[in-house]
Design a binder for this molecule. Structure first.
Ligand code: ATP
Length: 235
């Protein structure tokens, strides 16, 4: 569904990604792992159109979307959940959710999608009239995911959802990502520093180091590779 080919991205003189290849199959969870500064966030931002690569291609369903405007990439079914969620703390849970699907224009469908999100994330239903500022870290991350899902994306890009959360909450979030693939047929590209958690739900994983891919294997193969785990994954 998603192909990244020989992608190079620089911030001025700093090369964040150098010739990265990545292939993401429809209906799968693919994890992007690696230490701080490996280039994981840069990769997600280049896929969702927030950054223009210096060279290389991003293809969605075989069509070249490199350099396409962000709003067009959203319309093609790609949603990006940024690091620490990016929910609007001054707005209520309900309004944050509605914002995620507002661009779709079909208001009845949007109301249905919001109701679906309350089913998927019951704690949000109980807090629908509160501002997002009153939510716990885990609830905010749920809201960020739910907001992206109200746009009914086919490909969900999620940047470090586990950051700062308790292990139990992380496990719940990972289980939701898995269900989105297994039950709804969505595709997830998951950036994580918490490699152990990500590998527990991913089908495949790529490991980045200093902007290059050092491994691209099934999640099981990466989890079983002691050398990779010790050198790059910290467990
Ligand atoms: P983290 O987990 O810390 O977010 P990451 O793997 O997501 O790490 P990136 O944020 O993609 O890594 O950063 C890759 C490299 O690009 C790093 O060397 C970083 O310092 C550099 N970098 C990232 N953003 C910028 C920026 N806006 N300007 C200059 N350099 C940047």
């Amino acid at each position: 569904m998603l192909e990244v080919k020989d992608l190079t991205v620089s911030y001025g003189a700093v090369r964040a990604l150098g010739g990265v290849d990545l292939s993401v199959g429809e209906g799968s969870v693919t994890a992007v792992l690696g230490a701080n500064g490996a280039g994981k966030t840069t990769l997600l931002r280049a896929v969702s159109g927030l950054l223009r690569p210096r060279s290389g291609r991003v293809e969605l369903d075989g069509a070249d979307i490199t350099g396409t405007a962000v709003e067009e990439i959203v319309r093609l079914g790609v949603a990006h959940v940024p690091q620490s969620g990016g929910v609007i703390t001054e707005l209520t849970v309900q309004d944050n959710l509605r914002l995620g699907g507002l661009w779709r224009r079909d208001r009845a469908a949007l109301a249905r999608r919001v109701a679906d999100m309350y089913e998927l994330f019951p704690p949000l239903a109980q807090r629908r009239s509160r501002t997002a500022a009153t939510l716990s870290g885990g609830e905010r991350q749920m809201l960020a995911l739910a907001r992206a899902l109200t746009g009914a994306p086919r490909l969900l890009l999620v940047d470090e959802p586990s950051l700062g959360l308790a292990p139990r909450v992380v496990a719940q979030l990972m289980a939701v990502l898995r269900r989105l693939c297994d039950e709804d047929g969505r595709t997830v590209l998951l950036v994580e520093q918490n490699a152990r958690s990500a590998l527990s739900v991913a089908d495949r994983a790529v490991v980045l180091d200093l902007g290059s891919v050092v491994a691209d294997e099934t999640a099981a193969a990466i989890a079983a590779d002691d050398r990779l785990r010790h050198a790059y994954l910290g467990f």
